[in-house]
Design a protein around this ligand. Structure first.
Ligand code: HEM
Length: 332
């Protein structure tokens, strides 16, 4: 093989957001979307919370260098990845569901469907399978060749964040106040750890007191769930109906029953409160805004080299990479 040919093979593909499109796999892997949905259905039956955990991957992947499955890479001796970043360690879970989807896809159409796209399909499925809206996703993403813990630490918001910080953060990604409030509605399903609310219960703003915006009865409930001596990995529901994707989350915020500070804060600032009120009264309006937000967030891309990983946890070997490029450039 000539050096030039090898260089040609090693030319790593990049993809821009405007190249993403619905039905991307209709020729190359027509069953891709139904395979992912089946895996999510099984996950939902096995452990209902797992679909919420998988849905969260979209947020944590897409905000950090675009939706490129960098989140899924395990650490290596030369690379500290995102899994142990501040917002992810001891918190992100259910990576095995993505592994199952990938294995099922590799059996039917090897080397075709990216892990980054699996996250996007699975997040949509989590919502649809728990009673929320269903929508068409744009596909065609590539998987990153690397990941960096620092990048996640620098970007992902803490549960202590207040509404103005969240507005500014989302704005950096071209996500509006409406997007922020609607996307926070993802906390309509799933759970969080006591760890994420201890400061809120016992030392909000360093004053040794609880956050005054917590409704008193709910506060008592949280004190019982998370006493000062608690194992901080104990979890509580993010809203009153944690297995159903609905607008209960917003009704809870109106009643001062938001679990995280970053949730309840959306009811303290006028700009965000307007949307919280709207979504609490109008579920279809929430669903519409949520879908728009997920599509916008799913379009976040950085112009960087990528590949279709064989295993979502590790970058392909050089050998696999050459095979992948051969398939893409010469066979199809
Ligand atoms: C607005 C800023 C956000 C903040 C500050 C935030 C923060 C958090 C925190 C602290 C937890 C619980 C972690 C733990 O205690 O282990 C959590 C859980 C969760 N987050 Fe967010 N989040 C935000 C936005 C989003 C978005 C945009 C999505 C998805 C579109 C999302 C989806 C979820 C889900 C589904 C869970 C529950 C996961 C489970 O049960 O395993 N979050 N979030």
């Amino acid at each position: 093989m000539s050096l030039l040919f090898v260089l040609f093979l090693l030319h790593i593909t990049t993809v821009a957001a405007d190249q993403l499109r619905p039905a991307f796999y209709s020729e190359t892997c027509p069953k891709a979307e139904s395979i992912v949905r089946d895996v999510m259905k099984e996950a939902l039956i096995r452990e209902p919370r797992s679909v919420a955990s998988v849905m969260r991957f979209q947020f944590h992947d897409c905000l950090v260098n675009g939706c490129d499955a960098s989140l899924l890479l395990d650490d290596t001796p030369s690379m500290l990845g995102e899994k142990e970043a501040l917002s992810n360690i001891n918190s992100l879970r259910s990576f095995e569901v993505i592994d199952e989807a990938k294995e099922a896809l590799e059996k039917v159409c090897p080397g075709v469907v990216s892990c980054a796209d699996i996250i996007i399909m699975a997040a949509r499925d989590a919502v649809a399978l728990t009673g929320g809206p269903d929508w068409e996703v744009r596909l065609g993403r590539l998987d990153s060749l690397t990941a960096k813990q620092e990048d996640s630490n620098d970007i992902m918001p803490s549960p202590r964040s207040n509404a103005s910080l969240l507005i500014d953060l989302f704005d950096r990604f071209n996500l509006s106040v409406r997007d922020l409030v609607a996307l926070s509605g993802s906390h309509s399903i799933g759970q969080a750890r006591c760890f994420s609310i201890m400061f809120r219960l016992y030392n909000q703003s360093g004053a040794g007191r609880p956050d005054p915006s917590i409704e008193p009865k709910f506060r008592e409930k949280l004190y019982k769930l998370c006493p000062t001596t608690v194992d901080q990995n104990v979890t509580g529901d993010l809203d009153a109906t944690p297995r159903v994707f609905d607008n209960q989350y917003f009704k809870d915020l109106v009643a001062g029953r938001g679990f995280l500070n970053s949730d309840q804060t959306l009811f303290t600032l006028k700009q965000t409160r307007t949307f919280v009120k709207l979504f609490s009264k109008d579920q279809p309006e929430f669903f519409e805004a949520f879908v728009e937000g997920m599509l916008k967030m799913g379009d976040l891309q950085r112009d960087q080299p990528g590949e279709i990983r064989r295993n979502c946890r590790v970058v392909n070997s050089r050998h696999e990479h050459i095979l992948g490029v051969l398939r893409e450039k010469l066979i199809f």
